[in-house]
Design a protein around this ligand. Structure first.
Ligand code: ZN
Length: 153
């Protein structure tokens, strides 16, 4: 059963009535905040309160960034949109060949609880936990969920 999450407000919905699927060719707006489209997930997902969601296209370019991303990264929509998510956020901390963005895009698999670092706009390195979900519609792409991480690395 497909689950949907709003990249902006993180509102989750289940497509019980298949309404979302029937209108797949048309973007379905979020019922709660009115954001322009929802991201489809294979399984339900419960983002933490401080999590920021970022939607990327099949080449890793940022299409949308939700609430919480600015607080987490210091980057606003104008800075983020169209940028390469890995480069712009300086996502690092993974082993060579284990880039979660690349793995998710190439293999279409989820990567959960990745212990990573990003570079905030201030230049400071920030420890984050990253969850990565492949897009299931024709456009591919991925959803990146970044949460602040306070435990020692
Ligand atoms: Zn929403």
């Amino acid at each position: 059963m497909p689950f949907f999450i709003c990249p902006n407000c993180k509102d989750r919905s289940i497509d019980t009535d298949r309404v979302e699927s029937l209108t797949n060719s048309q973007a379905v707006a979020c019922r709660r905040c009115g954001f322009g489209f929802l991201f489809e997930l294979m399984e339900d997902y419960f983002p933490a309160p401080g999590t920021g969601l970022i939607v990327c296209d099949a080449s890793g370019r940022i299409l949308a960034a939700g609430r919480g991303v600015l607080e987490l990264t210091g980057w606003g929509d104008a800075d983020l949109l169209g940028g390469d998510v890995s480069t712009l956020l300086g996502i690092s901390g993974f082993e060579a060949g284990r880039d979660p963005v690349a793995l998710t895009l190439e293999w279409g698999v989820r990567r959960l609880g990745e212990r990573l670092e990003i570079t905030a706009r201030s230049g400071n390195r920030k420890p984050v936990s990253g969850d990565f979900f492949p897009g299931y519609d024709d456009d591919g792409g991925l959803l990146v969920a970044l949460s602040p991480r306070t435990d020692p690395s």
